[in-house]
Design a protein around this ligand. Sequence first.
Ligand SMILES: C[S@@+](CC[C@H](N)C(=O)[O-])C[C@H]1O[C@@H](n2cnc3c(N)ncnc32)[C@H](O)[C@@H]1O
Length: 268
Amino acid sequence: MTASQRQREMDSKAHVSESDSECYYPMSGGDGLHSYSHNSTLQKKGLEAVKELVETTIQDMLEFDKLNISGISNTFSIADFGCSTGPNTFIAVQNIIKAVQLKYNSLHQNDPPLEFHVFFNDHINNDFNTLFRNIPTPQEFFAAGVPGDFHDRLFPKASLHIVHSSFSVHWLSKIPEEVTNVRSPAWNKDSIHCTGFSNEVVAAYSTQFQKDVVNFLNSRAQELVVGGLLVLLIPGLPDGVHCSEPHFGANYDIMGSCLVDMVKLVRT
Ligand SMILES: C[S@@+](CC[C@H](N)C(=O)[O-])C[C@H]1O[C@@H](n2cnc3c(N)ncnc32)[C@H](O)[C@@H]1O
């Protein structure tokens, strides 16, 4: 990493206030070696895997007749929740735009082309500068950043035609309190994640996830227009597979044990 790239990464973290940093952990900003934009191939593969499904769903289920788009008011609004710094968000948005154009052109040959308004949402301390610097050219849409917590309302009622979110909705709004409480049966001891081996810990994380998803869906239900679409890509595990078993779970185990060792060193 060059000195200027390192400085840019540091700058992107510098403006995080104490209270924000307690709750939100943005992806690594900038476009240096360790940035999210250079370390998100797994998420990109996920988007590529569902591309065809998204296209056919838009063809089959987007109800243009209900969307109230015609004549002068031909703006089509898309929002990506938990967009991070790119480039995956652009891949997702471009796929959606292509599929929507295809469907619209087949139905409205004599109408003016659609104009796309794309809203990029993430936490306030996300590196939006890197995101906007890297919007692909020629730009096919009008872009806007919408900072804030997607568990709350972020848009006016019935203002979005397609809502998208990939690899973001599984993020919890907070660590469930019981797992950090030594007196609780759900205390997670030395583990930094939900390994899946303690029923009480699993229940605590599941309950928090359910609350968060309900808040997310309730908010989007108000923001989406009738006839619009919600596209969610959320990583998951088959029933019976513990979170420690796949490679990412094993990584958390290793990271957790390193952190515990570091804490012990500081304490001795
Ligand atoms: C793993 S990244 C996924 C980025 C991108 N969607 C992709 O597929 O590559 C998850 C993103 O969700 C954001 N995020 C998590 N919780 C959020 C919340 N409550 N509100 C807004 N953004 C959130 C994080 O800040 C992070 O940038």
